[in-house]
Design a protein around this ligand. Structure first.
Ligand code: GLY
Length: 529
């Protein structure tokens, strides 16, 4: 089964498995297909994380997060008075981190794939060349970004046209097909060297960006140990830093575990308070302690210590909200020597892959590499551009996540796998910037604590708190008027926002069948056999 942000990408992954490919082949094929059919977030110009659990129970993760260029520096988005220059880390050439996706897909396939590389890349080339029919959501996205595409690029990007895109229009990705052919024929070298690299570096030079030929040649994805913990007998396998996702998810689960959430009704005032107060504390820790583990020492064990987390939530009372202004990062008892898209795959043998990749904002930096047909990320904004100054997701950070050459920016991506009784139970993840962690958290709680089906769990309206701003952000219908009054009387601020996140997940039922949850907020679709 494949559950992804686009029916065509899910179909491609499924076809690869029908041909005898495993979940890793399907991951590569789905990722490249998303780069064609879902340009808002699907990418080869971005980066991401894959968490896997093979059929024999072995687990692992691959980090293909973008890195800062060699000439990047901590204050590069500040003016001479140390004020942050608005838009510099989010739009245009300076916002771009060195892309990691292609290196990641090559490494994943080399280690774990079974079909020939060319065979898993080819479906994306076919989609790019034969054209992709736009859905309403995609047409709307391209139309609302049209002006930014034109202003930011020196050439006229093919993603724009004179008239508005309509649902049902076909878009042909001619240059992207050629780039994907170079990747098909030369693997890593098809992107990080030769013609694609030349076009990318030329694009950077013409737009005053930083990425050089050497930056591309030096990029390398990294195998990392997964972060593993437990919740009520379920084993939780998630992404370690440079994502904050795994640590934060495990902190949240550990904090709420003793409170037996199933005693409270779903979205009751008590459940919302408990979850909010845990989230407030976890995001305060995130802002202070987390960054790239290759550059800063992250106190992982201390942050996940049960006593620390119990103590941290001990100031919580059902009587009133804890203001975020009174909540700093926790004092750790000891120290030890940061638009996105997600897909979940399980193959017939039982290999499971949870992959979240990103351009960061919708269409990334909006920079389209002239002649190469792909968009570049604006991941540099996931660094802390100045301590205490919020990024585009309102997240603040400090020294641990400051910009440095070759460093990976902190992420919230939370590709996760759950086991129950030693067997595969769930594959889950989502896009959504800072809300990724809490959406994955709620999807898990909806199934484990509130007995929802996978589809109900991903569709249910969500809420989110991230320490700062001190507000419970919630989707329409997530919180009833009666519960809202109770929460407000206790000092909570609430703010309705547009639906967020696209949780795509698979659950293994007791009879071994797979149950999909494809988020109804997008065009997300499940495909299985
Ligand atoms: N760019 C979103 C994240 O990595 O958290």
């Amino acid at each position: 089964m494949v559950v992804s942000a686009h029916p065509e990408a899910s179909r491609v992954g499924l076809e690869i498995m029908r041909k005898g490919g495993n979940a890793f082949d399907a991951t590569v094929a789905t990722q490249f297909a998303l780069a064609v059919v879902f340009p808002v977030a699907g990418n080869i110009g971005g980066g991401g994380f894959t968490v896997y659990r093979s059929a024999d129970g072995e687990t692992g993760t691959l980090d293909y997060r973008e890195t800062a260029p060699a000439t990047a520096f901590a204050t590069m988005y500040q003016d001479s008075a140390a004020n942050v220059i608005e838009g510099l880390s989010t739009n245009g050439h300076l916002a771009v981190g060195i892309p990691g996706t292609v290196d990641g897909m090559v490494k994943l396939h080399q280690k774990l794939g079974v079909l020939p590389w060319a065979e898993v890349v080819q479906p994306a080339i076919d989609l790019a060349r034969n054209g992709v029919v736009l859905t309403q959501k995609e047409a709307d996205g391209l139309n609302s970004t049209r002006q930014a595409f034109i202003e930011i690029n020196k050439h006229t990007p093919y993603l724009t046209q004179k008239q508005k895109w309509q649902a049902g229009d076909t878009i042909f990705h001619k240059d992207l097909a050629l780039t994907l052919e170079r990747i098909r024929d030369k693997g890593r070298e098809g992107f990080y060297a030769g013609k694609t690299a030349e076009l990318l570096v030329l694009e950077m030079q013409q737009g005053n960006g930083m990425i050089t030929k050497e930056d591309l040649a030096n990029y390398s994805s990294v195998w990392r140990k997964p972060l593993e913990g437990s919740y009520k007998g379920y084993k939780v396998i998630s992404m370690a830093p440079p994502s904050s996702g795994g640590i934060a998810l495990l902190q949240l689960l550990t904090m709420v575990e003793p409170h037996n959430l199933s005693n409270y009704k779903w979205q009751s005032a008590e459940a919302i308070q408990l979850i909010t107060e845990a989230e407030r504390r976890v995001y305060a820790d995130r802002a202070t302690y987390l960054g790239d583990p290759d550059f800063v020492k992250i106190p992982v064990q201390a942050l996940l210590d049960k006593t620390y987390l119990k103590e941290r939530l001990s100031t919580f009372s059902m009587d009133k909200a804890t203001p975020s202004s009174e909540m700093k990062a926790g004092k750790l008892p000891f120290t030890e020597s940061d638009q996105t898209t997600h897909f979940s795959i399980i193959d017939p043998a039982g290999n499971a892959v949870s992959t979240t990749t990103t351009l960061n904002g919708a269409y990334g930096s909006k920079v389209l590499v002239n002649g190469a047909g792909f968009l570049l990320n604006n991941e540099m904004d996931d660094f802390s551009v100045k301590p205490g100054v919020p990024n585009m997701f309102g997240l603040v950070g400090g020294e641990a996540n400051a910009i440095a050459p070759g460093k990976r920016m902190l992420s919230s991506m939370t590709p996760t796998i759950l086991e129950k009784d030693g067997k595969l139970f769930m594959v889950v993840g989502t896009p959504g910037g800072s809300t990724i962690i809490t959406s994955v958290f709620q999807a898990i709680l909806n199934v484990v604590e509130h007995n929802m089906t996978m589809q109900q769990a991903v569709g249910a309206p969500r809420f989110h708190h991230q320490w700062l701003p001190d507000v419970i952000q919630h989707e329409p219908n997530a919180i009833s008027p009666a519960v809202r009054s109770v929460l407000e009387s206790k000092g909570y601020k609430l703010e309705q926002r547009k639906p967020y996140g696209r949780v795509d997940a698979i659950r293994v039922l007791p009879n071994g069948k797979l149950e999909a949850g494809a988020d109804p907020r997008g065009d997300d679709a499940a495909a299985g056999f």
